[in-house]
Write a new protein. Structure first.
Length: 101
C-alpha cells in the first residue's frame, strides 16, 4: 500500500513538472528574444518566430513589435526588395513614447 502511494506521488510530481516545463516554453517573446535576432536573418524567419508585427515603419522597411513596456524595431535591407527574404539590417529596442493629451 505504501509503495502505491509513493508511486502515485512520484508520478503526479513528474506530470506536474512536465506541465510546468511545457508552459515555460510558450508565451510572449521577451526582449532577449528580439535582441538575439542576428543581422542577415531573413524576414521570413522573423515572421515565423514572432508572428505578424504590431505595426510597420513609414518610409523605411521595418517591423515594430510591442514587447513588455518597450518596442522592438526590426529594420530590413530594402535594396533586397520589400520581400520576406529581405535580410535584417538592425534591431533596436526603445522605450515607448507616451502621448500627452
Amino acid at each position: 500500500m505504501k509503495h502505491r502511494i509513493i508511486t502515485a506521488v512520484v508520478l503526479s510530481t513528474a506530470i506536474l513538472c512536465l506541465t510546468l516545463l511545457a508552459a515555460c516554453g510558450s508565451g510572449e517573446p521577451t526582449l532577449k528574444d528580439f535582441e538575439a535576432i542576428k543581422e542577415g536573418t531573413p524576414r521570413s524567419e522573423v515572421l515565423e518566430k514572432f508572428g505578424e508585427p504590431d505595426s510597420g515603419l513609414s518610409g523605411l522597411f521595418g517591423d515594430i513589435y510591442n514587447c513588455e513596456d518597450q518596442l522592438a524595431i526590426v529594420y530590413y535591407d530594402s535594396s533586397a526588395g520589400y520581400r520576406d527574404d529581405a535580410p535584417v539590417l538592425e534591431v533596436i529596442i526603445t522605450e515607448r513614447q507616451i502621448k500627452n493629451d
